[in-house]
Design a protein around this ligand. Structure first.
Ligand SMILES: Cc1cc2nc3c(=O)[nH]c(=O)nc-3n(C[C@H](O)[C@H](O)[C@H](O)COP(=O)(O)O)c2cc1C
Length: 316
């Protein structure tokens, strides 16, 4: 049996990666009902951002309960490790997950071995994705007790690793370095890419961009059509956060402006708002960030079709 399926209690080794604002109970449940693992990302299903960790956790509790109404299968929650969670948003959300019986945490941020041990003792399965992945951090994650590791290459949509290693090489390096199962993240948009990642050792997919173009994703129709209408050579990459983060985007106003700022030496330009850009489809207001493989996606499909297609790449 596929180890990812065994650990997570699912039947297809396809994890719908968390994506800020545009995931929802409907998306996560559709993926889980198809046999994959749906994940509620930051602000999943929210109509507006909440100011405090407690308000955020309570709003997310409603989303967890709604997801449970839609599926009786496992699903997960995106959280930050202690290093990224100074304000305690994830801490409050994890406590809520414990109360509500959400059993999988999809964590980002530097590894905190004590925290991983705590999560494991509380019964969580931990999927860990270092946003700046290295072989050393993969080994540290395994030693800390992480169940499943995500190998993210710079082919991904969302905040890209600054280091320019692609998904296939990153996956090969990580599967060689650890013995826990590895999911490939970045450009796993169809069966061929899933199969390619399986060839270099991945035991499943951690896919974001392909699920943006799913029927159940709540991103605006304009956002989805924008991705479908953007050619491979049209995508542009901008640098943000004083050089710590890169984004690959469709070439709209905010992204073009940020690239122009980069060229003038400004490494912290505005990227606008995901809420307006991706969720509401106002391309003048925020970036629309996607994988380098986005143009290989030809249609907007159901989560069931997507999960089945990607799973075939892993022989499932
Ligand atoms: C629009 C968008 C938003 C994202 N937001 C988050 C996030 O909030 N938290 C997170 O852990 N990863 C986030 N990611 C990264 C994904 O979890 C995943 O690593 C990535 O989508 C995989 O690459 P792919 O898009 O090529 O499939 C985001 C990705 C996208 C495309």
């Amino acid at each position: 049996m596929n180890r990812v399926c065994e650990i997570l209690g699912i039947t297809k080794p396809v994890v719908q990666a968390p994506m800020t604002w545009i995931t929802s109970p409907e998306l996560a449940a559709a993926v889980s009902n198809a046999g994959g693992l749906g994940i509620l990302g930051f602000n999943a299903g929210f109509e507006e951002g909440k100011a405090t960790p407690e308000e955020t956790a309570e709003e997310m509790r409603k989303m967890v309960r709604r997801t449970k109404e839609l599926t009786d299968k496992p699903f997960g929650m995106n959280v930050m490790t202690s290093a990224f969670d100074g304000a305690g948003f994830s801490k409050a959300t994890i406590e809520m997950c414990r109360e509500e019986g959400v059993l999988v945490l999809a964590a980002i941020g530097a590894i905190d071995a004590d925290q991983i041990r705590e999560w494991k003792e509380a019964g969580f399965k931990v999927i860990y994705r270092d946003m700046y992945p290295t072989v050393a951090s993969a080994k540290a994650a395994e030693a800390a007790g992480v169940d499943i590791l995500v190998a993210t290459g710079c082919d991904e949509g969302g905040g890209m690793p600054v280091e320019a290693t692609g998904t296939m090489v990153k996956t090969a390096l990580m599967t060689e370095a650890v013995s826990i199962p590895v999911l490939a993240a970045g450009g796993i948009v169809n069966e061929a890419m899933a199969k390619a990642s399986a060839c270099v050792g991945a035991e499943g997919a951690y896919a974001g961009t392909r699920f943006v173009l799913s029927k159940e994703c709540r991103a605006a129709q304009a956002t989805k059509e924008d991705v479908l209408n953007t050619g491979a050579d049209d995508l542009i990459v901008l640098t943000e956060a004083n050089g710590y983060l890169k984004w690959r985007c469709t070439p709209h106003k905010v992204a073009q402006k940020a690239v122009a700022e980069n060229q003038k030496g400004n490494l912290a330009p505005s990227t606008g708002s995901f809420y307006f850009g991706m969720l509401k489809g106002d391309m003048e207001a925020g970036i629309n960030t996607v994988s380098s493989a986005a143009s290989l996606i030809k249609s907007i499909d159901s989560c069931e079709e997507i999960v089945n297609e990607l799973a075939r790449g892993y022989g499932c």
